[in-house]
Ligand binder design. Structure first.
Ligand code: P6P
Length: 337
């Protein structure tokens, strides 16, 4: 069967009325920028792109050179296109306006330009996560508050994982679909349409080194998984933790599983580790469209009313049954209080 390229898929989606012309172009521009990030990332040590940039971001984290490079690639690619009113990024405190010399569009683009960047120097998969919102009518200079829309209002969400293959996973709210980069041609080719995550799984992802800081219901839930077939769950579980959300989520998109970054005493004051606007919301949209679930351990992530551009939140996502069990334990514990 003739391979379907990303642009062909986007035109199909536009003909189906799932996206408009501006969003079609926007996704094409973002995908092209991610191909440039893949080239920069794949150069590794010989590209002079490893190590620290010597700067810090809004999160107070030391920026890697590739964090800054990836952010610049996405900003530069999206400045002149005419589809955006503004961009927001993990790497920038405030939204970036579209320069006056260029036409403005009706969309807001949010991204984590290079998620998991602590893995770059050890050559483990990293990725770009992005989310697209509509710019409120009549707003020509979008401020942070114009981005603070619930995840259910997203028009599109996607990630690109820079691994052995460069893979784009994308949703417009009509299923979750996967595209693999054909480096010889330079095109993303549709490799999986309408992905479905198994409702059951025997594989979980969590950073176990934080166990002593977890809330009791999380201790109980993970304890049951570790007890395996001798415990209340009656089956053995496997564990994976890449410490790169895009890689962990892509494994779940590919074979099922469940991912947790729960609240713990160390990060409780910050509200969690992962950011709502450009990590939790896009990943939750992608996962739900593939038949999975995504909660904070207490409520559906996509229903959250964000309170800040860099707000953090606990994340439980993946195979529906395990997310439901873990969430139930937290709600039950809250109710018992
Ligand atoms: P930890 C990467 O820094 C990140 O934001 C996610 O990609 C990843 O899932 C998580 O943090 C890893 O956190 O505490 O295990 O290093």
């Amino acid at each position: 069967m003739k391979p379907i390229s990303l642009i062909q898929f986007l035109i199909e989606e536009r003909r189906a009325g799932h996206i408009n012309a501006e969003l079609t172009l926007l996704i094409e521009v973002v995908a092209r920028a991610c191909k440039r990030i893949a080239v920069a990332t794949n150069k590794g040590a010989i590209g002079g792109v490893l190590g620290e940039a010597g700067t810090g971001n809004i999160q107070g984290e030391a920026q890697k050179k590739l964090d800054v490079i990836s952010n610049e690639i996405l900003l530069e690619a999206n400045a002149w296109g005419g589809q955006l009113a503004a961009c927001a990024s993990e790497e920038m405190e405030d939204p970036q306006q579209i320069p006056d010399m260029y036409p403005k569009g009706h969309h807001l683009l949010l991204f984590d330009p290079l998620d998991g960047s602590s893995n770059i120097d050890v050559n483990i998969s990293v990725g770009t996560i992005f989310s697209v919102l509509r710019c409120p009518d009549g707003v020509t200079e979008p401020k942070a508050e114009h981005f603070l829309q619930p995840g259910t209002t997203q028009l599109a969400a996607g990630y690109v994982v820079y691994g052995p293959a460069t893979v784009l996973v994308l949703t417009f709210g009509h299923g979750t679909h996967e595209f693999t980069l054909d480096r010889e041609v330079g095109s993303f080719i549709l490799s999986r349409r309408d992905i479905r995550i198994p409702e059951e799984t025997a594989e979980f992802a969590i950073n176990m080194s934080n166990q002593r800081h977890w809330e009791p219901p999380m201790q109980r839930y993970i304890g049951e998984l570790l007890a395996g077939q001798d415990g209340p769950r009656g089956k053995d579980f496997n564990m994976r933790w890449v410490a790169s959300m895009v890689a962990d989520v892509h494994r779940i998109i590919t074979r099922g599983g469940v991912f947790f970054y729960p609240l713990d005493a160390k990060i409780k004051s910050k509200g969690g580790k992962l950011r709502v606007m450009y990590e939790a919301n896009p990943m939750a949209f992608i996962i739900e469209q593939a038949g999975g679930s995504a909660t904070t351990g207490r409520e559906r992530i996509l229903d959250l009313q964000p309170t800040g551009l860099h707000q953090r939140v606990p994340v439980f996502l993946g195979s529906k049954k395990e997310v439901e069990v873990a969430t139930h334990y937290h709600l039950e514990a809250d109710g018992a209080r």
